[in-house]
Design a protein around this ligand. Structure first.
Ligand SMILES: [Fe+2]
Length: 207
């Protein structure tokens, strides 16, 4: 009997949590009347860039691996189509937040950020409860590594320099430890000495 190899989903969960944290910070900034500050603008731009890379690599690398693995099973195909559709629904919502952000006081920015928060959280939860179990069932750790490599290629070294400190921004000591445990050992020190000081100077969200 072949033993099922567990896939480590740490990177997926920490990325989803960082995305949730950012929309939460955005909503707080809007409520506090700080939405037009450069720090919020910079936080929003980084959030969009992180989400774009995350979804693009899922669309281009992860879902195709799953489509190949599930063959013609209708329920699983429908779930995967749902993942793509949810990504597509989020795009115009991001645009509508962007428009409201540029529009200033009169625009319904708070409502649009609230709608984005609900849609994003719904999508991430759907992915965590439906797509990740399917990945565990039909893909191999080698597939997962391939997806991770595609993600790193899309980010590049410059992107990693922001992604790593962005993930641990505001994280507890225990969460930081868990995150760095799945990365190559030198990254924790590189982050502390190089990435994190640079990231802090970006002053995202003004927090
Ligand atoms: Fe994801």
């Amino acid at each position: 009997m072949t033993e099922i190899q567990q896939i480590d989903f740490t990177m997926m969960y920490v990325t989803h949590d960082a995305l949730r944290r950012d929309v939460g910070r955005f909503a707080e900034a809007v409520a506090a009347g700080r939405a037009d500050s450069p720090a919020v603008r910079a936080g929003w731009e980084n959030f969009r860039a992180q989400l774009h890379v995350h979804h693009t690599v899922e669309d281009d690398d992860l879902w195709p691996r799953l489509y190949r693995a599930v063959g013609g099973q209708p329920e699983q195909l429908a779930m995967l189509a749902g993942m793509e559709a949810e990504h597509a629904v989020l795009d115009p919502m991001l645009e509508s937040v962007e428009t409201a952000l540029i529009g200033g006081d009169a625009s319904p920015l708070g409502e649009r950020v609230a709608a984005l928060t609900v849609a994003l959280d719904g999508h991430l939860r759907h992915e965590e409860t439906s797509a990740l179990p399917l990945i565990q069932a039909v893909l191999t750790p080698k597939d997962w590594k391939g997806f991770g490599a595609a993600m790193r290629r899309a980010q590049g070294l410059k992107g990693a320099g922001v992604y790593v400190p962005w993930i641990v921004d505001g994280a507890s000591a225990a969460d930081r430890k868990r995150f760095f445990a799945v990365l190559p050992a030198p990254l924790e020190m590189v982050n502390r000495l190089v990435f994190e000081p640079r990231y802090r100077r970006m002053g995202l969200w003004g927090v």
